[in-house]
Every structure is written in C-alpha cells, then in structure tokens.
Design a protein around this ligand. Structure first.
Ligand SMILES: *Cc1c(COP(=O)(O)O)cnc(C)c1O
Length: 502
C-alpha cells in the first residue's frame, strides 16, 4: 500500500515515510492510494476479538511496510489496561424517547480526551517509521492545538527517545483545565508556548514552519527534522478508523446488530474533520454505515459546506464552550475531497482558492456524493448546555460539551429525517471533567466557586460521578511553562525552543 499527496498523485511514499514526514512538501496531505476492504466474514471474525486484536487486523491492512510483530508491539504498548482503565472504546447505550444512542466513550485514556486513542499509538509508529526510513535524526513534533491534541501529544511523546515535542496553543482559546494540563506537563523533551491568536492562527503558523526551507535547513544542521502529531499525520488517522469498526463488532456481539449488513449511523462532533474522516474511511472499507452525521458548534462552516457545497471561512469566529471544535479551516476535509473526486488537480485548485480568498465551491458531482454520505447540523452554546442538562436529568448520564453538540445534532437529524430506527453510534470525545465549568453551569445552573479544582469537586458532589484520576492529579503539579508569542514570531520560537538557533 502506497500513500500519495492530495495535491500531486505522482508523489507516492510508504506508510513509514508518510508517518515520519507528517505532511507532504507540496502542502498536501498523504492519503492511501486505495482503501482496503473488509468483508462481513472479517467483521464476524473480529467480533470475538479484543480491541488490541481488532486494531492489529485493521492497521495491518494499511501499514503494509510494517511486520505483524511490529504492529503487535505498537498496539499492545498503546492500549494497556493501565492507560485505559475499563477499555479504550466503551459503549454506553442511552434510550431517550424515540432515540436509541450508543455513546462511544473514547476518553478513558491518560488525558481524558479521544485524542489519546491515536496519540498513545503514534509515538510507537513514528519511532519505528524513523528506523525504517533509516533516519537517525531527532524528530521534532510540532503541534498546533485547540486544547486536547496538545496535552495528548505531550503525554504520548514525553521522554520518547529520539523525539522532541513543541506545542502551540491559542492563549484564550482553551479551557482552564486544558491549559493546566499542558503547562504542568512533565518530561525532558517537551515545550509549550501560548499564541496571541486563535487555533487557525496556530495551525496556519505550524503549517508554514513545516514547509519553510530556512527553518528546515537550520534544523537539519542540528540533526533534527520536523514531524507532526496533528490529525494531518496519517498515523493519527489510521488508529481512529479502528474504534468505529470495533464499536460495530461490539453491537454484533450484544445482538443489537442482528443481520448481515445492518446499517448504523455515526455522529461525530467535528472540528478539524479528522475523527469523522476516520468514520468515512471505515465506511469505505465496508462497514455498513447509513449516514455520517457531522455535528458543529457555532463555528458552523462545515454545516454550510455539507449543505451547499460552498466552503467559506470568511465569517465571524466564535469562542464557544466546546473549544476543541472552534475551527474554521478543517484540514482533513482535503482528504475527503481527494477521495470523492479522485483528482489531485481539483483539490489543489480548491485549496489554492481557500488560501487566496478563503472560499471555494465544489462541483455538482462532488456535491451529490457529499449529500448522499453526510448529514450536517450545528448548535449554539445555549442548546449545548440544555442538552447536557436534559441527558443528565432524563438519563442520569453526564457528558461533556463536545459530546452534547453531537447528541443535539443527532436529535435534529432524527426529527428532520424521521430516521429513529437506525442504531446510532455517537462519538463521545471528552470527559465532562475537562470542561467542568461549562458542565457544572449546565447541570446546576450556577458555579459558586472560582477555583478550578473546587469546581471539579463541586461537579463530582452534585452529580455523584467520580473525578478521573489524571485530572485529580493535576492539583499538585507545578506550572512549568510561561512562554507566549505573536503568530508572526512562531518561526523564531520554534528555532529557539528546539535549540536550532544556536
Ligand atoms: C479534537 C476534538 C474534537 C474534534 O475532532 P476533529 O477530529 O478535529 O474533528 C471534538 N471533541 C473533542 C473533545 C476534541 O478534543
């Protein structure tokens, strides 16, 4: 299996090269040349398997330049009971009125967000990839984060030999707990820096640094090379395909799926389009999926795009209570367009228009495909809060702000289309304790305390739910990082923090 750039299909590389490199030199993203297929028999075989076994089977179809032993050791080390108590992808069934929802809880890992599912595995894949391409360089992982990626990447890469990690986050765009998680990060090879700007500024800055020849030359002279832990890295995407297939196997096992080919809907709270793209790839592999439901907050650029075929980022940017979805440039959409059009020329042109004018319109054929695959909706902060409260009061189920957006949009879908029959998997992407302030406000109606840890204690007392251990542990950790910079200074900071400016 080879991987090609979305902007030039002639540029092909192995999976190891794609993972080591992160992004293609031409600014395109690496995509598989073809999608491997799963048969019903494969699903039948996997239903009895553990998560680790399912991950091995699926990843080996994509990582054809890795041996079975290599994949086994990567996966085995990533998804341990110690790191994911109770299992990495837990399904909770909720029955509310006409709706049957299966919440796929992906946040039982070390940083309490679904990003752990990929970022506990990526460092293992990356260090093996570097060996395969015979690079003895130190990989500098450059991350732009809307909050959760930063911490999950820091936790995945801390003290991993042969790597350094540098995280940029929008200074006012993350929750207090997300900020604290990053600023207290332990490890010898880590650095964190605030950006005076929003997530798109951080992401654009990081992409520019990656492709800047001067910075890359300076790094090279110091025995280093850049790589990425953002969802533009193929090694982030592939592990995310696994849990949708695994959830389906679990539903087969419990008898919820009771005939061959029975379809499910998958609803995903979406920001950079990585998680829902993984669900799309699962469908392309042969997973029986009816609709992919794309849920956005007030930054609803994707809702408009999937409904009209026009992508237009020229609009107000909102800071919401679901900050990990406060994004106007969804990078991974490029991969979807590549798959739907099978045209590097079209994709390259649309991305050129996006960067020149902030806008592009897809052709009618692509629009027709989008319409048949996806349903899209959005909700604002008030609706998000109301959803958290309703789920808590009627179901005694506490969810975070991002998951609440997905639940709300799924209900909109069911009301508009009348489809309440199709079993629906909803990606639950973070622990409510990562966004304790907003969740407490939604459930109790007020927050009496100003201190972050008192709020967490209050949420636990009010709802009778336990505080996740990784969050409780933050209280005693010292703040280690104090840097901040303007977006234009990210170059300088990157050189300074990696030591390549000497
Ligand atoms: C990153 C994140 C999202 C958005 O996922 P994408 O892959 O960027 O679409 C949603 N919810 C939470 C909690 C996240 O951390």
């Amino acid at each position: 299996m080879q991987y090609q750039s979305t902007r030039d299909f002639h540029k092909t590389v192995s999976s190891a090269q794609a993972i080591a490199q992160g992004i293609c030199e031409d600014g395109g993203l690496f995509v598989p040349q073809s999608i491997p297929k799963l048969s019903w028999q494969d699903l039948e075989q996997m239903r009895k398997c553990t998560y680790v076994e399912r991950a091995e089977k699926i990843l080996s179809m994509f990582l054809t330049d890795f041996t079975a032993e290599e994949i086994h050791s990567c996966v085995q080390d990533a998804y341990t009971e110690e790191k994911f108590p109770g299992g990495p992808a837990q399904l909770s069934m909720l029955q509310e009125g006409p709706y049957t929802m299966y919440l796929l809880e992906l946040w039982h890992g070390p940083t309490c967000a679904f990003k752990d599912m990929a970022l506990q595995l990526l460092p293992h894949l990356l260090t093996k990839s570097l060996k395969k391409i015979q690079s003895d360089k130190t990989a500098v992982i450059l991350v732009a984060t809307s909050g959760d990626t930063g911490k999950a990447a820091l936790e995945g890469f801390k003290n991993v030999l042969g790597t350094k990690i540098l995280v940029f986050y929008p200074q006012d765009g993350v929750s207090p707990m997300q900020k604290r998680q990053m600023l207290t990060q332990e490890g010898e090879n880590v650095a964190v820096c605030a950006i005076e700007g929003n997530f798109d500024d951080a992401q654009t800055g990081v992409k520019k640094i990656f492709t800047d020849s001067k910075v890359c030359t300076a790094l090279d002279a110091h025995g280093m090379m850049f790589s990425s832990a953002n969802s533009i890295n193929l090694g982030r995407l592939l592990p995310q395909i696994v849990y949708y297939i695994s959830a389906y196997c679990d539903l087969m096992e419990t008898g919820e799926i009771d005939y061959e080919g029975e379809k499910v809907n998958i609803t995903v709270p979406t920001g950079n389009f990585g998680n829902i793209l993984a669900a799309y790839y699962a469908k392309q592999m042969g997973l029986p999926v009816n609709k992919l439901i794309c849920a956005s907050n007030s930054n609803n650029v994707l809702t408009d795009f999937l409904r009209t075929g026009v992508y237009n980022r020229n609009r107000a940017f909102y800071t919401t209570i679901s900050p990990s979805m406060d994004i106007l440039i969804s990078s991974n959409l490029e991969r979807l367009l590549s798959s739907l059009t099978a045209s590097d020329v079209k994709v390259k042109d649309w991305m050129r228009q996006l960067s020149a004018s902030g806008e592009y319109r897809v052709d009618d054929d692509t629009m027709a495909q989008l319409k048949s695959l996806f349903w899209a909706g959005c909700c604002d902060d008030n609706q998000t809060s109301a959803e958290i409260k309703e789920l808590y009061q009627t179901e005694n189920y506490l969810c975070d702000t991002h998951t609440a957006v997905a639940v709300n949009v799924y209900k909109q879908y069911a009301a508009v289309t009348g489809d309440t029959e199709t079993p629906t998997i909803i990606a639950s992407t973070a622990s409510p304790y990562k966004f304790a302030d907003s969740v407490l406000n939604a459930v109790v109606g007020s927050v009496s305390s100003a201190d972050d840890f008192e709020k967490i204690a209050e949420l636990s007392t009010a709802t009778g739910t336990p505080i996740p251990a990784p969050i409780a542990a933050l209280q005693n950790k010292p703040i280690r990082f104090h840097d901040s910079c303007a977006p234009a200074e990210m170059f300088k900071k990157a050189l300074e923090l990696t030591g390549a400016d000497a």
